[in-house]
Design a protein around this ligand. Sequence first.
Ligand code: FE2
Length: 250
Amino acid sequence: MIDLHCHYLPGIDDGSQSMAESLDLARASVADGITHAAMTPHIHPGRYDNIRSSVAMATNEFREALAQAAIPLQVFPAGEVRLTADILDLLEQDELPFLGTLYGYRVLLLEFPYGQIPVGTDKLAHWLLTQKIRPLIAHPERNKVVLANLERIASFVEMGCLLQLTAASVIGEFGKAVQDSAALMLERRWVSVIATDAHNLLHRAPVLAAARDWLSEHGGQAWADELTRITPARILGVELAGLSSWESVD
Ligand SMILES: [Fe+2]
């Protein structure tokens, strides 16, 4: 499987706090069946001052440590970008990190604040789309506004945004309300990617296989594969055995 959202780079956000912890998280990912992972530290100016170039350097260091420890996890630099006006500056400075490209659009893992969907979010999302940037909205099922009214996320889907759910939400680890919200989005086929959003081994461990099995049970194996492997591979630009020549679509 391929994980497009996790916080493994040490000491740069609220995820891993040391290289030893990062390596333990990587080992747990591999044990769960994950072969490739996008490093998505928070990009939140003023709180977590990570930018594309600094994440790329940290990912290179982590890659070397993984090789030394003989842990077979392929890692890629990206970021979980907080919805703020700073996105525009980062884009202009070529410091906005993307997950990759899908059908000619760069894919941006975009995080809304938990408690709200700020006024103007739809305008920013629309503007990003006009710039050939496709928001992949991180864990909408845990957003309070969406939990209260699922329709609040519908307009983003209709506009062309993609949705990424957290695997732990799908299997009920964030409670029934979040699981029900996740299930409804899945049922409506609004979801493109399931990822771990793993931060640490204690409370936010890499769990993806259990969600894949849940999806397989509720919608079939092909669907589970699409959300945990095929679409993530397309976005990341990773070629998987048995995946046909999709890349020419770009
Ligand atoms: Fe995250």
